[in-house]
Design a protein around this ligand. Sequence first.
Ligand SMILES: *[C@@H]1O[C@H](CO)[C@@H](O)[C@H](O)[C@H]1NC(C)=O
Ligand SMILES: *[C@@H]1O[C@H](CO)[C@@H](O)[C@H](O)[C@H]1NC(C)=O
Ligand SMILES: [Zn+2]
Length: 365
Amino acid sequence: MRRLLFLILPQLLATGTCDTSLGPQQEGKHEGEMLSHWSYEDQNWGKDYPLCNGNAQSPINIDTGKATVDKELPSITFEGYNLKETEQLDLSNNGHTVQLSLPDSMSISRGFKQKYLASQLHFHWGSDTSPGAEHTVDGTQYAAEMHIVHFAAKYESLANAAQEADGLAVLAILFQVGAQDNKNYKHIFDKLQDAVEGATIKIPGFDINTLLPSQLYRFFRYNGSLTTPPCFQTVTWTVFNETVLISQVQLDKLKTSLKTGHRTLDSNFRQVQPLNRRIVFASFSSLTSSRRIVPKAGFSESDGTDNSANGIHFTLGDTLAVIFGTLFGCTALAFAIYVLKQKRQRSNAERGQKVIYKPAATMES
Ligand SMILES: *[C@@H]1O[C@H](CO)[C@@H](O)[C@H](O)[C@H]1NC(C)=O
Ligand SMILES: *[C@@H]1O[C@H](CO)[C@@H](O)[C@H](O)[C@H]1NC(C)=O
Ligand SMILES: [Zn+2]
């Protein structure tokens, strides 16, 4: 099996199994199509791809109340994301998703143990009847999800990095439907109908930063896998807490524009996988988190290294903590004063008694 995997791996990678697609330099579509027979209808992928039965698979449901707040997690530094118009990007439909190739001059660092270079971004979406994000948050499945795939710079390519424990870093952005078209996504969404399966369209470079949410310092982090076969457990996941809004028209375009064979390419999301023993970290604290720490002296919330610039706000939780802290402090102080006063009165009374009865006692004696 190992050997078989070894033999078919290059083809799997070449056909663009979603998170690991290699882009234009390695095509290999024909062998790939024969071997890449997995589908989203039957997600029992472990039969042919045993790693898909592993215990650190993706996507997962993120239980925000159980996430461990780690304020040491700094905001990611994005470099080279603002692409020149002269840079041509390949948009392609590989039968499982629509994917935009990205140059490895784009990179992310900070908050990771090493530097990761960009490879591609792609989408997951639902159907007429279902939303299509892969990660769910507190059981909610959002409308769609985008993955920006990066590989560790030291492995030099996506193919080399894909099977290394620290090989990949994927950024996940969840979409919700808003009232207006999101113009930042027009570069991609306006070209979807031209993305015939197997064909490649050129898109002029644009500022990829504009595809990201604005509160980049709020994210979840966990160790997981590719969400498509062969499901390598080599991905450091970052799921941003802030969603990005696209219009219903744009979402419908995503759901209906792409074809695979004679079918509409839709519902290309994997079911959530068991968390098992993994920990999900949150880079921010909130009211719902059970692990949050009451700010020292009430006002130390904004001392975070990364988020001061972005102006983290005082949450209701912080305010309540301060009010109750203060109330409790005052009550305790008042009580202490009361106890002291009582004690003093009692001892005065005792002394008084002594004073009062001394003469009597003296008289008695
Ligand atoms: C991911 O796994 C590595 C290696 O075991 C570990 O050092 C790191 O803390 C893990 N990260 C998360 C977010 O769990
Ligand atoms: C963002 O975080 C808040 C607070 O933990 C949570 O209630 C909300 O569901 C999260 N949303 C997403 C999309 O992560
Ligand atoms: Zn994906």
